[in-house]
Design a protein around this ligand. Structure first.
Ligand code: ADP
Ligand code: MG
Length: 310
């Protein structure tokens, strides 16, 4: 299937000369959830804004469902919903009117039944007659999602949807995103919460300094870059490494109370190596009290790549 969004050699230099995007290539498949992960200033909002036709690219090409976002702006904009990073809503309008108005802006025929459904899906139905200024920050963010969905887009961009939102609401939002995907909506979200990418994305793109460093299936990414540690807590501390255990990649930790073995779970033959390692440890008369493994998280991988904690 042709990608729903196709980005080719995309560059952006702002008028002050700042190069915010340095040649991004990315295909987004229909129905997937893609998380764009990157620190502040990476270029996430710039990239999204170009796809949504709000910012002009300096070079390259972006197509949505085969239409060029600059030349065929009206067609592409119609297919896209955007939940912006900044909360911008008319404080004195009701939830219902805000969403209905937004649908009209996109030139769609009124459809109260559809609006009712999205408000219910977003748990906003009870608040439909409330003015926006009466809502909490989290509820306002839901209204932004409802607005972005008001014209039944096929691609939804969420720019840092859960920034500054408490943990409970964040989990609620993830459920909302999951439900949208079940309805066939393609979702691209930017985040600097690694946990968020880890939890809900099918694919993860890492962007930093205007470059897309990688984009990979989440599971593959974790496997490819993921290191594992086998940790053996010893019944008695070892003052030094026994000679028979040297040269096997083992190290002593915690004042000799622990043996640690670093390995890459994706490497072939690693299981056999571990089996022989355990046999050698038993043969050396080293008694193991407890055994555990640790897998590096997406966060560790991200720090390796970007050299910065998000
Ligand atoms: N209108 C603008 N003029 C000049 N520089 C900008 C403008 N908008 C964004 N930038 C710069 O471009 C870089 C990328 O910004 P942005 O796309 O907002 O990153 P992110 O969303 O990943 O935090 C930042 O260094 C930012 O300061
Ligand atoms: Mg941003």
């Amino acid at each position: 299937m042709a990608p729903i969004v196709s980005i080719r050699n995309l560059t952006k230099a702002y008028s002050n000369g700042f190069q915010a995007l340095k040649g991004v290539n990315l295909d987004i498949e229909q129905g997937e959830i893609l998380a764009l992960l990157g620190p502040n200033g990476a270029g996430k909002t710039t990239m999204i804004s170009i796809v949504c036709g709000i910012v002009n690219p300096s070079g390259g090409e972006v197509k949505v469902a085969g239409h060029d976002v600059v030349r065929d702006f009206r067609q592409t904009r119609r297919l896209i919903g955007l939940v912006p990073q900044e909360l911008t809503t008319d404080q004195f309008e009701t939830v219902w009117n805000t969403v209905v108005f937004s649908r009209g802006l996109h030139g769609c025929k009124p459809d109260p039944a559809y609006i009712e459904r999205i408000l219910k899906d977003l748990s906003l139905w009870d608040k439909r007659d409330n003015m926006l200024r009466e809502l909490s920050g989290g509820m306002k963010r839901r209204v932004l999602i409802a607005k972005a969905l008001s014209h039944e887009p096929t691609v939804l961009f969420l720019d840092e949807p859960t920034a500054g939102v408490d943990v409970t609401l964040r989990k609620d939002m993830w459920k909302v995103v999951e439900r949208l995907r079940e309805n066939g909506v393609t979702i691209i979200l930017t985040t600097h919460y690694i946990e968020e990418a880890e939890e809900i994305a099918d694919r993860v793109g890492v962007i930093n300094g205007g470059n897309l460093l990688l984009v990979e299936d989440k599971a593959t990414l974790m496997q490819k870059l993921g290191r594992k540690q086998l940790i053996l807590d010893l019944a008695e501390p070892l003052p030094t490494m026994p000679g028979s255990l040297e040269g096997r990649g083992l190290s002593l930790a915690n004042d000799g109370n622990r043996l640690v073995y670093d390995f890459n779970a994706a490497h072939e033959g690693e299981q056999a190596t571990i089996a022989s390692l355990l046999a050698a440890i038993a043969a050396a008369d080293v008694h193991v009290k407890d055994l555990s493994t640790q897998q590096s998280s997406l966060e560790d991988i991200f720090v390796q790549l970007v050299g910065e904690r998000a």
